[in-house]
Write a protein that binds this ligand. Structure first.
Ligand SMILES: *Cc1c(COP(=O)(O)O)cnc(C)c1O
Ligand SMILES: [Zn+2]
Length: 552
């Protein structure tokens, strides 16, 4: 990853860090990653040949170090399926489906989440905020769980309950916004700003666009396998790439991917891009058809397909339009909800693919573009099958897995004070304070994750006995979770010190230890601690039950 990040507004270049989203020169959030294409042109084909077919195959063209086995869920490398029956129905024999349902959480957002979370981890970021129409939240939740990153997900209440529960089961804090997706994004941004947290900014987050590129790389290799003669090229671009579009990140990334391949001389063209929106929320399509450079926001989307409910695509549309017009060409088209639901049926019945309504929008768009002659019968078309809906059993989560915020009907009516007032309900700063004392970073990380995934606590960490005493006196936590076996000053000594000082004597202590305690040691602890737990022997719920009981 020899990458530089170039500002789209002032042209200055900077190194990549997930902790530094802005151009250091002008403060712009609109930036793009650049690599040493001349060097990679010679190296890439032989580098990738021996690697597994997954997203990390192209690590030289990604802004992160590469496979982190502790985080990976087997992202990328989804199959390219020939759609023979659909092709026959439409009179287009060269239809292919990129089956992104087969990602770890069943949507193409797994690319975005896997690479972004890898970058957050590399930057040492421990808490992250997202706004989502569902799939982003699901995917980030899975990867954040593995990375022990605390995630706040702001979801519009239009997101189907099954998807919300899927987010919650990973231990993400769900904030359900009764309002539009665009409102949810604004509230999330305000929340992140207030708390000084990092937030996913879609097309403005470098790792998001970069991750979507990998669809282009995989497609080109897979298509060459399926279509090129044995002695032909190893990379091949289709004539068309079709995707259902909400914010437009997918097509922007895929376009960049093919442009990079072309720049390296690996493909001879960039596919035309067809972006399909739901009729009731199609700001890009309206702007495209009126030949406008900017899209007027749709303030209240009217579609049942919540995944695609970005009413205000902002600059992403202008960039996508410009790149399509100055590059390969393409189109923007819309379909009705009814057309999308019909497409769900024929895809399942003709091709054996059960897809979510948003993914079906792309297929309904394909039908429309073939029927209107925009797509020609002999052209090679790849349709991104972006996602699959999964229902989470409603009874397993219990109550209180989301917090609900009801906002005024339109953002214009809501004053900044109103917004802040609403947010104080979410960001109560009076969370119980817990100190985690352990010399092993992995144990601290695990305990932190267990606590964060089930409640809101202000957490402090100490890595040895002396730090623990200082921390306890300084922060006066409501609870201390204490390891016994630590170098220099062990847990027994920490307890003695705490008991000597009237300020800290009454703080409840849970001892978590890997040590088999002798009867004498048990005696030493008796009366001084509240709970003794054996490491490796406690389950999440047991620790949490103890914590909750002690915090009252
Ligand atoms: C996010 C999403 C889309 C839209 O993606 P963008 O490229 O960000 O517009 C389409 N379909 C599904 C299933 C999605 O999750
Ligand atoms: Zn700049």
């Amino acid at each position: 990853m020899d990458v530089v990040i170039e500002c789209l507004d002032c042209g200055s270049q900077a190194p990549f860090s997930a902790a530094q989203p802005k151009c250091p020169n002008c403060g712009s959030l609109w930036r793009e990653a650049r690599y040493d294409y001349a060097k990679l042109k010679a190296e890439l084909p032989s580098l990738v040949r021996s690697r597994p077919f997954d997203i990390w195959r192209y690590r030289e063209l990604l802004p992160v170090r590469g496979t982190n086995p502790a985080l990976s869920l087997g992202e990328g490398g989804t199959p390219l399926i020939r759609a023979a029956n659909l092709g026959m129905m439409l009179g287009c024999p060269n239809l292919f489906i990129k089956d992104e349902r087969q990602g770890p959480t069943a949507s193409f957002k797994d690319r975005q989440a896997s690479i972004t979370v890898a970058a957050l981890k590399e930057a040492g970021i421990e808490e992250f905020v997202i706004a989502s129409t569902g799939n982003v939240a699901i995917s980030y939740s899975a990867y954040a769980a593995r990375a022990s990153i605390k995630l706040w997900a702001f979801l519009t209440s239009l997101v189907p309950a099954a998807k919300m529960r899927e987010v919650a089961i990973y231990g993400t804090q769900v904030i359900k916004i009764t309002g539009s997706y665009d409102q949810a994004k604004e509230v999330a941004a305000e929340f992140a700003k207030q708390r000084g947290l990092s937030i996913d900014l879609g097309a403005r987050t470098i790792t998001c666009i970069e991750s979507m590129k990998t669809i282009a790389f995989e497609l080109a290799e897979q298509l060459a396998n399926l279509q090129a003669p044995a002695d032909g090229p190893a990379w091949l671009a289709p004539d068309w790439y079709i995707q259902a579009v909400s914010g437009g990140m997918g097509p922007l990334g895929v376009l960049k991917g093919f442009q990079e391949l072309k720049q390296m001389g690996l493909v001879d063209k960039v596919p035309r891009i067809a972006s399909i929106q739901a009729e009731g929320c199609a700001p890009m399509v309206h702007a495209w058809k009126q030949n406008k450079e900017t899209a007027a926001p749709v303030l209240s989307p009217h579609t049942l397909i919540a995944t695609l409910a970005t009413g205000n695509p902002g600059r992403t549309y202008s960039m996508l339009r410009e790149k399509v017009l100055n590059g390969p060409g393409g189109t923007f088209e819309s379909v009705s909800d009814a057309e999308a639901f019909r497409a769900m049926h024929f895809l399942a019945k003709m091709e054996g693919l059960s897809v979510e309504p948003a993914a079906a929008v792309a297929f309904a768009g394909l039908v429309k573009l073939v029927r209107s002659g925009v797509i020609k019968p002999n052209e090679t078309v790849v349709i991104n099958c972006t996602g699959h809906t999964m229902p989470i059993e409603r009874n397993i989560l219990g109550e209180g897995w989301s917090r609900d915020l009801v906002l005024p009907q339109s953002m214009e009516e809501s004053s900044e004070e109103g917004l802040l007032a609403a947010l104080t309900k979410v960001s109560i700063d009076r969370f119980p304070r817990i100190a985690i004392v352990d010399d092993h970073p992995d144990v601290r990380r695990l305990i932190r994750r267990i606590l964060q995934s089930q409640g809101n606590y202000t957490l402090f960490e100490a890595t040895n006995g002396r730090e623990a005493i200082e921390l306890a006196k300084r922060e006066l936590p409501n609870l201390i979770i204490l390891d016994l076996m630590m170098p220099e000053m062990d847990g027994f000594a920490v307890i003695n010190e705490l008991k000597k000082d009237p300020d800290t004597a009454e703080i409840p202590v849970i001892v978590v230890t890997a040590k088999e305690l002798t009867p004498a040691e048990r005696d030493r602890l008796r009366g001084h601690i509240q709970t003794l737990m054996q490491k490796g022997d406690f389950l999440n719920d047991e620790l949490l039950d103890e914590v909750r009981a002690l915090l009252g």
